[in-house]
Design a protein. Structure first.
Lengths: 464, 363
């Protein structure tokens, strides 16, 4: 209770000089933030003294998906000549496609699409990213893996007997860890058992890279390849070996850049739509809630700037059409929170007529709408976390932006709007008309619902 | 009294008493009618050969054909892009298909996609079926050679143009749909649990039910207006699920407050009054916030880009349905369940309290 009292004393009690300072600092911060986000002159470098500094505008740092910015595609021809029946051919293609998808995903190309084209082609499309070359080295040249016994007979083949290859740390060294499938495990166990004391050679791409001596039979179906690898070479080689386990051999036929799947102007119009949307919302808020709406509009602008920053900074964001939906939805929720608060403030002003000033109504409005806002946002946060964990790529990108958006919108509605209102109130806390809080006599007309209104009044009185 | 009203401003509907719970049976009629109309429409689309099926499933889920046109000797892109694209679209539509997306590739290549739905003399048929594959391959060859011919007519015979049309699979796999359904399912279940804790179990059940109704209504509108279903729809559906729950929670927050007030004022839970007052109290807010979100989404739908419209329209339907169901359906559902519970347990809250006191005393 004492805590509450203190709060109500502090509320709206900025000195005017303090309020001015806070306001000026906020405006300067926002303007600077906007300037850093949006390129004005189109040049990305500027001169200080004699040297040029490269500068990436924040909005340029937002990674865009295949649907909005395009990227590149590669067309692979699959060698199906060794596979006899049509059914097996199509099975082999399907298997290769899903392997390719999994591999691209694990390499961080989460938005990549892999489709079968024609009979024996595979089309891979990836969003534009800095290191397409790295991608090409991985899927461009799959590695073959073979184990041979001392007589040079092939015991294990990567594309038949390997389940998975991955990089691992073994005795302080990066190694490639191999896991065989059931058939591979049996063969490997048999071969190691028969060749104790002899050597088994490991070939990658036909080149012998390791010739370990077998000490004992290995039955658990695992092996490691050592060699002076660092993390990156081990990882790349493991990926290539994985690519080599694909049922069919792939050859790159063509690669080229590709424009956005949603068409040239999807992003532009998406941004224009959001800007117009925000403008109309600001107009609406100011018309309906006047002074309160002004505070919320300022908070909304801060929110919009912040979200650009966060989309640029959070590493696994790749902006796609679904993620734009996430942003729009969170803008809606930010406004929602403000409307809930303002409606409560109006109610407080309305039913607490005697002795309730604007400051007190505003404070009660914020406090009373807090549970509703928290509940609404927490459920959505829960939902988005679940979708990040379990969802497929489209859903993940939507859920991540939604999560960022909700957290920011709560921040903007509950903290920024509150701060701005507090500043405004320290200049003007008596003008009902400015805050749109005039009491309308019409509304106090008697009807059956009044018992709750009365009750509300009593509760408010007792809280005071 | 009536004369007096005339001279005044328009009567504010918020000054009227809301009779939500008294008319509970009517509120469920609207979604039912929407569902009925769209099922009939769907059946018509299914039977009538001018459409190819119950719903319009897009290239993301069914696969289609990708046509790559490469030209050297003249610009296919840049200033000529519109011209090139219209030549290709014309050829494709003369052969009974329809271009749904176009992309630039490299400096001199245009890539378009069309679903393998071929219209012959007004009858649409799905050429993705295995028995139609041969025919589709033939159609694709015809399209490719016609495109090459038309390009030479348009840009002169000296150019070299190379068109290849090849069938592609669906980009959205069944795995994707399964994962989407799973994650949404888990998310909804967690929300139900959360609501059961923070509000009451009935609020949770009512919210879950209205979410399902929203999804069904949204699908009905998609069927009715023949919006093509592509992978962006999944995101649209999830958007609506999240938005609808947010709307509903605001109402149940009022319900929660009013239950407390009703208990302390009258000693019992007056379901009818609670529902009516709660809806009335959240009416302005619900309409305002849905309106602001609708503005942004509508602008997205209106810019005239096919993919954006396809994405935004379902969200608009969902928002409208969400507004309707959160205001009218979910509190009504809660009220019905609460009433049934109160009827069954003859204990009124007051009696319950008294009994509790007695028990305490006895101890």
């Amino acid at each position: 209770m004492s805590k509450k009292k203190r709060q109500s004393k502090e509320w709206g009690q900025f000195k005017q000089s303090t309020a001015t300072v806070i306001l000026v600092i906020m405006i300067l911060l926002v303007i600077t933030a906007i300037l850093f986000a949006i390129p004005l002159n189109g040049k990305d470098s500027f001169q200080i003294g004699k040297s040029n500094y490269d500068f990436t505008w924040v909005s340029h740092a937002v990674k865009l998906g295949l649907d909005l910015e395009g990227g590149m595609y590669a067309l692979y021809e699959a060698d199906l000549s060794k596979i006899p029946s049509n059914e097996e051919k199509s099975n082999a293609m399907d298997g290769t496609i899903s392997n390719l998808q999994a591999m691209l995903f694990s390499e961080g190309y989460t938005e990549a699409t892999v489709t079968k084209q024609g009979e024996n082609y595979i089309r891979v499309e990836v969003p534009s990213i800095e290191n397409t070359e790295h991608l090409m080295t991985i899927i461009g040249e799959p590695a073959t893996l073979e184990f041979k016994d001392p007589e040079g007979k092939v015991i294990i083949e990567g594309n038949k007997h390997l389940k998975n290859a991955s990089e691992a740390l073994h005795e302080g060294q990066y190694v490639i860890s191999l896991e065989f499938n059931d058939e591979g495990r049996e063969l490997f166990a048999k071969a190691t058992k028969e060749n104790i004391g002899k050597t088994i050679s490991i070939y990658i791409n036909g080149k012998e890279i390791l010739k370990p001596t077998v000490n004992s039979a290995i039955t658990e179906g695992r092996a490691i390849i050592t060699g002076n690898y660092d993390y990156n070479t081990a990882k790349d080689l493991a990926t290539k070996i994985n690519a080599g386990t694909f049922a069919v051999k792939l050859d790159v036929i063509s690669t080229a850049s590709i424009s956005p799947t949603l068409g040239q102007n999807a992003l532009k119009y998406g941004l224009i739509a959001s800007a117009i949307g925000i403008a109309i919302i600001i107009l609406f808020l100011i018309l309906v809630y006047r002074g309160l709406g002004l505070a919320a509009s300022f908070a909304l602008i801060i929110y919009s700037v912040l979200i650009v920053y966060f989309l640029a900074i959070v590493p696994w964001v790749q902006l796609t059409l679904p993620s734009i939906a996430g942003v729009i939805l969170s803008i809606g929720m930010a406004v929602d929170a403000n409307v809930i608060i303002f409606e409560r403030i109006k109610e407080e002003k309305q039913f607490g007529k005697i002795g309730k000033g604007i400051s007190t109504s505003v404070q009660y409005g914020f406090n009373k709408s807090l549970p509703a806002i928290l509940d609404g946002n927490i459920t959505t946060i829960l939902g988005s976390i679940v979708m990040i964990i379990f969802g497929s790529t489209t859903i993940k990108s939507f859920a991540i932006t939604l999560l960022i958006g909700i957290l920011l919108s709560m921040f903007s509605a509950l903290i920024i709007t509150r701060l701005i209102l507090k500043i405004m109130l320290s200049f003007n806390d008596e003008n009902d008309a400015f805050y749109g809080l005039e009491i309308k006599q019409e509304k106090t007309k008697k009807h059956s619902n009044d018992k709750y209104d009365l009750e509300l009044k009593e509760v408010n009185a007792s809280e005071k | 009294m009536q004369v007096k009203n005339k001279t005044k401003k328009l009567p504010n509907i918020l000054n009227k008493e809301f009779k939500i719970f008294q008319n509970v049976q009517y509120w469920f009629l609207v979604p039912l009618i929407v569902i009925l109309i769209s099922s009939i429409a769907g059946i018509i689309y299914h039977v009538d050969k001018r459409f190819y099926g119950f719903v319009d499933i897009g290239i993301d889920f069914r696969g289609g054909t990708v046509l790559t046109v490469e030209m050297t000797g003249a610009d296919i892109l840049g200033a000529n892009r519109d011209k090139s694209l219209s030549i290709i679209s014309d050829v494709v539509s003369e052969n009974g298909a329809e271009v749904v997306s176009d992309q630039n590739s490299g400096a001199n290549t245009l890539v378009v996609r069309y679903p393998n739905t071929i219209r012959v003399e007004g009858v649409q048929e799905d050429y993705n079926k295995p028995e139609k594959t041969e025919e589709m391959l033939e159609i694709n060859n015809i399209i490719a050679s016609q495109v090459e011919m038309k390009f030479k007519e348009a840009y002169g015979q000296d150019i070299t143009v190379n068109a290849t049309a090849e069938m592609i699979n669906a980009t959205a796999s069944s795995d994707l749909i399964k994962k989407a359904a799973l994650s949404v399912g888990i998310a909804m279940l967690l929300m139900l649990i959360y609501m059961a804790f923070r509000f009451d179990f009935f609020s949770g059940v009512a919210t879950l039910t209205t979410q399902l109704i929203d999804i069904i209504v949204m699908f009905s509108c998609i069927i009715l207006f023949r919006i093509q279903i592509n992978s962006t729809l999944i995101a649209a559906l999830i958007t609506i699920v999240s938005y609808s729950i947010n709307n509903t929670i605001i109402i149940f927050d009022r319900v929660r407050d009013n239950v407390k007030l009703s208990k302390s004022a009258t000693g019992k839970i007056d379901v009818q009054d609670i529902v009516n007052v709660s809806v009335k109290q959240s009416f302005r807010r619900a309409v305002f916030t849905s309106f602001t979100t609708l503005i942004t989404i509508s602008i997205l739908a209106m810019v005239g880009i096919r993919s954006l419209t396809e994405f935004a329209l379902p969200i608009i339907f969902g928002l409208l349905s969400g507004l309707y169901s959160s205001l009218l359906l979910s509190p009504s559902l809660w009220g019905l369940m609460m009433q049934a519970k109160l009827k069954n347990s003859k204990l009124t809250p007051q009696k319950y309290k008294n009994r509790k006191k007695q028990l305490k005393k006895a101890r």
